[in-house]
Design a protein around this ligand. Structure first.
Ligand SMILES: C[S@@+](CC[C@H](N)C(=O)[O-])C[C@H]1O[C@@H](n2cnc3c(N)ncnc32)[C@H](O)[C@@H]1O
Length: 328
């Protein structure tokens, strides 16, 4: 396989800078350090970079981002070439968000992130021609689906380096993508940007020590009348009830607050949102989140009480997720 000529494009936002120049989104890029790649001081980075630089130069015969994330066709690669591609991408493990199909190679990720999207896509305002922000986007799986749903531009932010590299691996095969994942935290985004039509925060709120500050920051990214799509872990209970796990929750160390739906509704109200609507509540199953060849660490199955899967191994209610939709 030929080595790609796109290798210098890793963490290169020149095209995006041109596209955003003079728009309300332009200040976004001021927060990405120049020469970002050169400043990375992570021991695994050289190996990850090598993976991206070794990807074959291929142009997809077809792409589907509407019904799935599928780039290229099986017939475009020989079986041995597909195995080579698989060996390369295995170097970017763990793959958590997907599934993603690349030239017939199925990246079977820990999460069936498509199921989450299926629960959300009919509930939200049409993304047609909208400017969209996906906060805590991971490798950008849902960003691709948002682009498939017609968004004019999708910006994802996630400060986790490996997930950014996974995005660049996918993006490698789409030279002019409508999706841009930036290595930023929400807190890095200039205050009062007020520029996005839709802002997603999915699977992030419970990781924040200050959930109300998170809601304020999400609101500040939206234009007046813009839509927030918030997905997070919740518990059963009345208004005012919130679980704060003392140590781990479902094996995760960095979980702070799990509100009841009624509590979360009041948090959204207090944070200045209107037309707040509970769009979905869903118990996470071990079919939706599980270990796979592409993520071979422990997963949800090992985080639940073997005798009573309604509880986590710490004795808390098992993961249940709610989707709220609200307007600025
Ligand atoms: C559980 S994953 C959710 C990924 C994806 N949004 C989804 O719903 O499948 C949470 C992600 O949020 C990111 N994250 C946590 N705090 C963040 C912050 N303040 N700003 C941006 N990303 C954040 C983490 O790095 C992680 O990739």
């Amino acid at each position: 396989m030929a080595v790609s000529e796109l290798k210098e494009k890793l963490f290169n936002y020149a095209d995006l800078k041109t596209e955003l120049a003079g728009t309300r989104l332009a200040p976004l890029l001021d927060t990405v350090p120049d020469n970002f790649a050169a400043r990375i001081n992570h021991g695994d980075f050289p190996g990850w970079k090598q993976v991206i630089e070794s990807l074959p130069a291929l142009k997809p015969a077809s792409v589907d981002l509407l019904d799935e994330v599928r780039i290229g066709e099986k017939s475009q690669l020989q079986e041995a070439e597909r195995e080579e591609l698989k060996a390369l991408l295995m170097g970017l493990q763990p793959w958590r968000k997907g599934p993603i199909s690349l030239y017939g190679l199925q990246i079977d990720t820990e999460w069936r992130s498509d199921w989450k999207w299926d629960r959300i896509k009919e509930q939200i305002s049409s993304l047609e021609s909208r400017k969209v922000l996906d906060v805590g986007c991971g490798n950008g799986y849902h960003c691709w689906r948002m682009a498939g749903a017609g968004a004019r531009i999708v910006v994802g932010v996630d400060s986790h380096l490996l997930f950014n590299l996974q995005y660049w691996a996918i993006r490698h095969f789409l030279p002019e993508p409508p999706v841009h994942v930036l290595p930023l935290a929400l807190e890095d985004i200039p205050a009062d940007l007020g520029a996005f039509d839709t802002v997603f925060s999915m699977g992030v709120l419970y990781h924040r020590r200050s959930p109300i500050d998170h809601l304020y920051a999400l609101r500040d990214c939206l234009r007046p009348g813009g839509e927030l799509v918030l997905e997070t872990l919740v518990i059963e209970g009345e208004a005012g009830m919130t679980l704060m796990p003392q140590k781990r929750y479902a094996r995760m160390p960095n979980v702070w607050f799990l509100p009841s739906c009624a509590t979360l509704q009041s948090w959204l109200q207090k944070s200045g949102f209107k037309k707040i609507r509970l769009a979905d509540v869903n118990q996470t199953t071990t079919e939706e989140q599980r270990s796979t060849e592409w993520m071979n660490f422990e997963s949800l199955g090992q985080a639940l009480d073997a005798d009573n899967p309604a509880l986590t191994i710490e004795g808390y209610p098992a993961p249940k997720r709610a989707v709220f939709i609200a307007e600025k």
